[in-house]
Design a protein around this ligand. Structure first.
Ligand SMILES: [Cu+2]
Length: 323
């Protein structure tokens, strides 16, 4: 077995080192690493511990296992669906459907040219599936339900770099996605992008009473988590944000950062091109890569500019630490 250490910019060894520092970049421990250590013990709402730490999930990339089969690279992942009770607010508990115990599910990371193999286990009493965006044969499209205790392997080639959402596609899809069964597959280009503090933010909504509209919203699963626990980044540091909108029921949402603008690395089959903005619009399942640096220390909000969505939990802060 060959592990992915040949995949230099995001080798497993490097990621383990980084997760120890809690950062997307080596050499940035110190004040930020300390902040992360605090945040993992602070993953709670009013004293109720969260079953996962959204702050840790920001910079957690699952590289799977890279093997060689018949002369080609196959990247293998295992993902499990299961139910979990999530504290969303002080007196709000929600029975979520999770992948590997988190909402969103794991940020899977592969490289263009590899073959993807995702072994999906359904440990939940409800049927689920994994449907990946991207180009693949019909048999790998993930629309057939996988029953309780069942497994299914989804396997196809990754011919194009980019960001690809994945989600359960069992009907009603609004409910299966709205209860947490979604995530992001990052397919890195052959030529690695420059080093950066890399973050994943996924917007989701919660229809608490199954009424066809969202009562709460969140970045990375827990409403207002990054408002309570700001995301610490370093002044002048290049931040690369992998951003996905998986909010059902609502129209397109925007994403806005305060006191700065960002470069959008627009994704397309003919390569990336860049533009500058401080607001970007994402329909459901749309995603983009944003890059920015904060020139001044301080706290800065980020949120959809649909302020009614921001006010119901989809709000966070960057805490920019002086270099
Ligand atoms: Cu499902």
């Amino acid at each position: 077995m060959n592990d992915c250490d040949g995949h230099r910019p995001w080798s497993r060894r490097r990621v383990l080192g980084l997760s120890a520092a809690g950062l997307g970049l080596a050499g940035l421990a110190g004040p930020l690493g300390g902040a992360m250590a605090r945040s993992s013990s602070a993953a709670e709402i009013d004293g109720v511990p969260l079953p996962f730490d959204p702050t840790a999930g920001l910079r957690a990339f699952n590289h799977g296992r890279l093997i060689q089969e018949g002369g080609r690279a196959v990247r293998v992942f295992e993902v499990r669906a299961r139910s979990l009770t999530l504290p969303l607010r002080r007196a709000t508990r929600f029975k979520a459907w999770t992948l590997d115990g988190t909402v969103p599910g794991p940020s899977l990371r592969a490289r263009v040219g590899e073959r993807l193999r995702v072994i999906f286990h359904n440990d939940d009493s409800t049927s689920h599936s994994l449907h990946f965006h991207g180009v693949h044969p019909a048999a790998m499209d993930g629309i057939e339900p996988v029953l309780f205790n069942g497994s299914r392997t989804y396997e196809f080639d990754l011919p194009s770099a980019g960001l690809y959402p994945y989600h359960c596609h069992v009907a009603p899809v609004t409910r299966h996605v709205g209860k947490g069964l979604f995530g992001l597959l990052i397919v890195d280009p052959l030529q690695p992008r420059p080093p950066a503090d890399e973050l994943v933010l996924v917007m989701g909504g919660y229809d608490l009473r199954n009424e066809g509209h969202n009562d709460l919203y969140a970045f990375n699963g827990i409403p207002d988590h990054f408002h309570r626990q700001p995301i610490r980044i370093r002044q002048h540091q290049l931040v690369r944000l992998y951003l996905l909108n998986m909010v059902e029921f609502d129209g397109p949402l925007t994403f806005h950062i305060h006191a700065n603008d960002f470069e959008i690395l627009r994704q397309g089959s003919r390569g990336e091109f860049r533009e500058r903005a401080d607001v970007i619009t994402l329909g459901v399942a749309e995603r983009q890569i944003l890059e920015f640096r904060y020139p001044f220390p301080g706290r800065y909000m980020f949120h959809p500019h649909q302020d009614q969505v921001a006010e119901k939990g989809c709000m966070g802060l960057f805490e920019v630490v002086a270099a």
